[in-house]
Write a protein that binds this ligand. Structure first.
Ligand SMILES: Nc1ncnc2c1ncn2[C@@H]1O[C@H](COP(=O)(O)OP(=O)(O)OP(=O)(O)O)[C@@H](O)[C@H]1O
Length: 285
């Protein structure tokens, strides 16, 4: 494996009894990259991530994570990998500070627990017992436990589910800081705007297969998709789909002799593109 690849997956297969959850999935994540796995419920995101984390056995295929097959994790490898699971329910009786301090002890070069608690916005709750935290605060604690070991590679499975908008913004800032420090991040999320805010590239999984890998700006032909120009005309709302929105707007401005009433110029969002891809793939299931 070359040094600049953090995760390499070839032909990954996973079956649960008769059910084929992952069928020949390929994935490559570069070191320092933030990569988001997208896909509908049951697509196979958590299965894939947990195989990469070494928590689920695979049925077939090749997997290398930081140069190690997660089937045979070493202690050194475990220390380099940070994990934020979908939810944790232990440590109810310990305070936030005690839990983070406790986790820091497992790692050779941990971050300062107080700084981590601050970074996830839990300083005011540092002395509260974990069992008394709200859902969103609990999730922040999960994130703190994932990053306290200063991981080279961080797995985040739906990290901001239950976060309020402000907490999500703060979390994104934390992820940007970790990215800037060179941490490789593999994230799953159902929030398309979150993938757009954080990820260098996204991969769409559907029915256990990787449908497409691209940057958020180019997924599904997004960069070249037509722009929709809408305005209020004398006969009601008008809409034009065009590859030359600037000239369309200039023409309208000339027609109206200045401001165009109710003018909007929109490109498809990542969510529009994603939903089109997923709906197109439904017939293949
Ligand atoms: N332990 C299990 N035993 C049997 N089937 C399972 C098990 N875990 C997952 N599956 C099945 O494998 C498929 C993929 O599940 P997975 O949890 O990986 O999807 P996901 O993309 O993470 O979904 P979500 O967005 O809902 O979290 C689903 O059909 C699911 O029912």
């Amino acid at each position: 494996m070359t040094e600049d690849v953090a995760i390499r997956v070839r032909g990954l297969q996973k079956t649960y009894g008769d059910h084929v959850a992952i069928q020949g999935l390929d994935l490559e994540v570069a070191r320092g990259e933030c990569f988001a796995l997208l896909g509908p419920n049951g697509a196979g995101k958590t299965t894939t991530v947990e195989i990469l984390e070494g928590y689920r056995p695979r049925t077939g295929g090749e997997v290398s994570v930081l140069g190690v097959d997660p089937k045979r994790p070493t202690r050194d490898w475990r220390a380099k990998v940070g994990i934020v699971l979908q939810s944790t329910g232990e440590f109810e009786a310990l305070t936030v500070r005690e839990v983070v301090n406790h986790f820091a002890l497992y790692y050779p070069a941990p971050r300062d627990p107080a700084e981590v608690i601050e970074a996830v916005g839990l300083t005011e709750k540092a002395t509260a017992r974990a069992g008394t935290l709200s859902g969103g605060q609990r999730r922040r604690l999960d994130v703190a436990l994932g990053v306290v070991g200063r991981p080279e590679l961080l797995f985040l499975d739906e990290p901001t589910t239950g976060f309020d908008p402000e907490a999500r913004q703060e979390f994104w800032e934390l992820i940007h800081r970790l990215s800037a420090e060179g941490t490789t991040i593999l994230l799953t999320t159902h929030y398309l705007y979150e993938a757009e805010a954080l990820a260098n590239r996204v991969g769409v999984i559907h029915g256990g297969r990787m449908v497409e890998v691209a940057t958020p700006a180019t997924l599904g032909g997004r960069a070249t998709a037509a722009t929709v120009v809408s305005w209020d005309g004398p006969d009601g709302r008008q809409t034009v789909s065009t590859d030359t929105p600037t000239s369309q707007v200039s023409k309208l401005a000339a027609e109206f002799g200045g401001e165009v009433p109710g003018l909007t110029v929109t490109r498809p969002t990542l969510e529009d593109i994603y939903l089109t891809m997923i709906n197109a793939g439904k017939g293949e299931q």
